[in-house]
Design a protein. Sequence first.
Length: 202
Amino acid sequence: MDLTRPFLKWAGGKYRLLDRLLPSIPAGARLVEPFVGSGAVFLNAGFASYLLCDLNADLIGLYRTLRRDGERFIAEARALFTPGNNTQEAFLRLRETFNASSDAEERSVLFLYLNRHSYNGLVRYNSKGIYNVPFGKYKAPYFPERELTAFLDKLRGCDVAFAVQDFRSTFAALRPGDVVSSFANLSYSSALSLRLSRILTL
């Protein structure tokens, strides 16, 4: 199966199980993802319309910024992937800038930088909402330009709505013809996750 890889690292991501998950998704008018994460299912499913949801506002903000700013966003993000920014000092400075920023575009660019430079690609906030994942110490963090372009192309080729909300609000917004992909967090146990995964068609 020829699959498109997400541009984000994501704990519990679904990419490695797509060969088993995708054949289970029935046809429908719109695919709804209550936990979009890295967008692996969105990237590889063949729907004309999508509702992509997550509680992480920075994640949804990144997707919205990529759709709005396109190649300009990719160029701004690429500019951060330099040897000079791959040090603990630079990482901590940029992490502090991210945590202090209220600008959606700036947070989106820095969120991608942090995702690729943080330890294990983790996304974690403390009780005050401060991103606190430590520096990953990678030799040369990969800039996912090809994957970003593929994601942008997919966004431009179909109807996509984004929402920052929990799964209860997402289920409340369902309409006839929706297909809901609701997969458990795959970072724990693949076997358990597959048992808990469910596809709902209205």
